[in-house]
Design a protein around this ligand. Sequence first.
Ligand code: 26M
Length: 791
Amino acid sequence: MKTLEKASFKKAFIKKVEEVSGEDFSESTAQHQYEALSELVMEEITAEWAVNNSRLHKMEEKQIYFFSIEFLIGRLLKAYINNLGWDDVVPEVLCELGLDYEAIQAKEHDPALGNGGLGRLMACFLDSTAAMGFPGHGNGIRYKFGLFEQKIINNEQVEVADNWLKNGYPFEIAKPDKSVIVKYKGNVRTEMVNGKLVFIHENYEPVLAVPYDVPVQGYHNKTVNSLRLWSAQPVEDFDLSTFNQGHFLKAMQRRSEAEAISQILYPNDNGFEGKQLRLKQEYFFVCAGLKRIVRRYKKFNHGSMDGFSDKICIHINDTHPALCVPELMRILIDEENYEWDKAWDMTVKSISFTNHTVLPEALEKWPIDMVKELLPRVYQIIEEINRRFVNDMNWFYPDQEARNYSISILKDGHVHMAHLAIIGSHSVNGVAELHSKILREETFKDFYAVFPERFHSVTNGVTPRRFLMGSNPQLKTLLNETIGDSWTMPNKLSSLEALLPYAADAAFCEKLGAVKRRNKAHLAAYINKSQGIQLNPDSIFDIQVKRIHEYKRQLLNALHIMYLYNTLKAYPNMDFVPKTYIFAGKAAPSYYYAKEVIRLINVIADKVNNDTTVNDRLKVVFVPNFNVSVAEMIYPAAEISEQISTAGKEASGTGNMKFMMNGAITLGTMDGANVEIAEAVGMDNIFTFGLSDVEVANYNAHGGYRSLDIYESDPRIQEVLEQLINGFFSNTSTFQSIYDSLLIHNDTYFVLKDFASYADIHSASSAVYRDQKKMAANVGCQYCTLRNVLK
Ligand code: 26M
């Protein structure tokens, strides 16, 4: 990596600012400075990018393509600067020029091209792949509008359109010359050509897919990979003046129908919605992405697809890109003239699949009629894949009729996408040990019986470059001073184990505490400025940030805060470790119940924060618009990380890892990757509570538990539940639907069942906190856990 020379950078920067603003440097705004800095960074990266791309075309190494309908990449300017190794010079030069680096960074609109977990995981994987110097690329959709911006108005979530491209995006390069056509609808005609049956897709509606590439820069190396995002456009701009009125309208309608495909990200997280437009999106980036990959491979291999699966991996991130299976088959059979068996072998060898959820309502199944109408040729191929699969199963397992039916792709009028993905892949993985076990034993047990060798477990990881080195520079410096910087190298995070002896070192623990204190003050300043709420930075910062969902149980946290408030009111002189509870997260716009939970948290916050009798001892904040940038500010400020999903429901969680690497202690259930965190830190360094996945499953096997029993026996619960409906927290409104879900609908997510053990573990955690020395040692111990967190 070329080192950046300070004086020449300063000169180049001033010149660039004047170019972009057309004004003297002294007149420039933060927006100009952001644009100039971005351009300088892109100039540096694109030179290396070109070298990487030509190396790639030689296919010397196997290449992986991550197909995902979401990539939640976060802001890139600072990440690029850090990866280039410019992070010592740039902030210094900006400071000398009297500029505010943070304000310049804030001009970058944080791209929200994902909902949460699965989209962010892809972004972390791209970062890690490049950091380790592997050729791996993303393939997805360039949504014109990303995930909505969340505002809180009258305590409720209000969604605002995310027009992230309105000032342009400096880190993409449009490649219109690499556009491809995606075909929808129409009909399939067969013809005999030279004694061979050929399939002709005709009367289709064409849509143009235009790629935009974003560079994915490695860490202190020369690797620059690509994230390719496809934008949908009408195939040609009609010469509208030649059309009569009727044609004009039709032409305009075609135009907007095409553009609609990449117009907006569906804002559901863990909830399937069978909309035709969504299916169009799924085929759109699958078809366009595969076309370019195939074209590139054939160019390298003298026009032949032979050997494709030795050089190319197609990874499908959840089932949203599962149409890769029939689409690759279609290419190999219809366009490349392979026989079925050979094409199938190549397809299965190329494709692998990660599952991210076991919630039944999130598993995709498309009505057969919809798939048939929208993708007539692809549907024929799905039918043939299914026919052969069912035949094979009946042949090998003639006595397993029920199982053979249960695993077919086509049943009860639907195309089951997970089945298509498993049957068409050589590898299927869950995202944490417990999740993979549940896939093998429950969700996909019938597949596991037939294809045991396909099932694997790959515990999620997160990039320490963004979520530790980038977001917590003071911690990075302290760690470097203490144990050297070998841990910052890709795949060397386990070097942090060298910190273990320092857990008992008072001087180190004091410095660690000082870093945490500064990060808390920084978050408190942001909250004060944006929300006008004053926090006590000497209270415990106890934080739950993630999508709002019943299974993640923000409600359990909220009910517990209500109980703490009631206790403080009843016993004003009690010994109480001051606590600040911080929440953030978006609810799917159509998820009424989750939005009620947001309203409840805000209503509690209003009451508690305005009650001078509890004042500095209890505060509650809901930080609006949780996104990657807000997350980067929140994790470093946390002392307690709330990971409290109903056991068996959270596939892995990745926020749990981001908190941990910033020295927060996990307070959670034995769910997802929490289980592995507990193994790594040891039970003394984690606060666990609640039912196990097996206990939950046992209750469910017997129709659940009786929530009324808990209600009747626990006065703390009686009080808070009554407060939900008697206007105690807000005299203008009540929370009947939440009350009903807990008592009338029998508490599907075991909130009341786990309440007592949750309250116990909270008071245990306060006791540890009181003993600051123990707490510091505990925090130090967190670092040895990082062996679990990838690369
Ligand atoms: C489906 C249909 C229509 C619209 C949207 C969806 C959909 C969108 C996102 C369904 C599921 C979606 O995400 C699931 C997800 O993000 N799962 C999370 O994945 C993380 C990475 O593996 C895990 O850490 C989390 O535990 C898991 O909840």
